[in-house]
Write a protein of this length. Sequence first.
Lengths: 330, 330
Amino acid sequence: MPELRKDPVTGRWVIVNMENPKKAGDFSVEPRARSTKICPFCPGHESMTPPEIISYGRKAPAKNTPGWQVRVIANKFPALRIEEPTEKKKLGVYERIGGFGAHEVIIENPDHEKEIGDLTPAEAELILAAYRDRCLDLRRDGRFQYILIFKNYGEAAGASLEHPHSQLIGLPIVPSRVAGELEGGARHHARARRCIFCDMLARESTEKKLTVFENADFTAFEPFASRFPFETWILPRAHGADFDAVTDAKIKTLAEALQKTLQKIRDALKNPSYNLMIHTLPIHGGRADSFHWHIEIIPHLTQVAGFELGTGFYVNPTPPELAADILKNH
Amino acid sequence: MPELRKDPVTGRWVIVNMENPKKAGDFSVEPRARSTKICPFCPGHESMTPPEIISYGRKAPAKNTPGWQVRVIANKFPALRIEEPTEKKKLGVYERIGGFGAHEVIIENPDHEKEIGDLTPAEAELILAAYRDRCLDLRRDGRFQYILIFKNYGEAAGASLEHPHSQLIGLPIVPSRVAGELEGGARHHARARRCIFCDMLARESTEKKLTVFENADFTAFEPFASRFPFETWILPRAHGADFDAVTDAKIKTLAEALQKTLQKIRDALKNPSYNLMIHTLPIHGGRADSFHWHIEIIPHLTQVAGFELGTGFYVNPTPPELAADILKNH
């Protein structure tokens, strides 16, 4: 029997197929391609990329040489550029802004073959520290409204290079999904005087039906109204709106939660492509009491058709409780 | 130089690549597959489908036999079902509804190989009449909030059967993209006392930079803030909120606009997969003065990653003015 579920943050409805749910083995996952091209992100090829912005865990002193553990560079083919204008221009009913922004690449580790789940805890923590530090640095430029950290893993998820990397886009606007969560969070807060994300965590701490992994600081769970099979969110258990306020101590437990979650997805679903993104409070003007930063991970298991994009109406073939059960036990 | 553009209805921003735009030939389009399985939608196989709800252009009197031109049936694998309950159930912060709804298939013509653009005008008009009549019929059941008409053409767009067909889903909720357009339309109307869609049409009637095709009653154009390359909308030129109020006379000119638009997309882009959906006023409670029904067509040319889905932030490689220019001249 199908079921319609409402996302408590945004109010979006999804159809969840409860009768003949798709299980982990029912999805066809394309094999990971292995390119034979020279990889510009591998150590020794530093001159093939734009110059280094910062690196972490460096064993050699010179920039743009091997010895780094995490390396941050400008994107060679940026979607936006820091030298573009930021003025808004009205064209009748239309509005546009010059393509101002930042677009950086975070090369996650020197090893071409090692994904986040395969690294040592210390190596994984360096990636998260790089995410945070780049956000803190770019925040100082008042023209940015939002710093978007994301990762496309695998060709089907949009990765054009295999070497494990994440991306950062600094934007003069707030992405619409984040704006929708902010509005929904504010609506709930006006009514209940509580953060809707904290309410979900409180319910889950007793129900435990959606939880995939938890430690002292973070909970990974399948959202009640997941749009996609095995969609997984990681939330700090204590209320916090800004990802970039995460402390070094919390980076350790966040790295653990992220690694465990990605390992479970890798093992249960035969190493699927996935997208990861951080939703955080916009730099200017968001309400910190009603927004709760989190990481969203979407494994690439189904063909998303324009239908879903054009209507905002999703059909999820796997109940989130079943997905949680499968991932928890991996 | 990249450019950020704001959708005047919803307020969503997209990045449009203005510098090295992708042209019609730059997209790789998968060849149309030809299945060798027996097609349940072909004439003579009527017993393989659920019973006929209605048919059009029938030359033989008996139901569920050949002789039909358009045939409407219940979906054999429905996403929602008419016999499910409609009660809302609260589970703490969560909310769900039983999977009540209707799911129908509109078999567009007897010929397995003929797409909408290949039909005679009279044949294409029958499809649109079927869309309208099914909406009018289901509207009488007060439990529906929204009747969603859509079409997935080609495997990449989610079509599981080749034989040209559209689908209808009757929903007890309003899809979120439609809800977003309603809200945006109401915002603009509160400020300007005009329909934002009418304002776009008025601007386009003098600018002509985005128009793909127009006749006396309908305009097909590329939205200023298109999320996807060659995304095309068809709007009635006179204000109207309800698709199902379309008259027989307007069905003729709508069929012309739809056929011309689909022919241009087919010819310019090597017959790509596409999704089509109708956005119309919800059955209960929408504001007819600030919403304007329309058809959205999204050719399947780029890999849409979870990144776009997770952030609501799109990067469009083809400026809509260029797409309009290419389609107009085909």
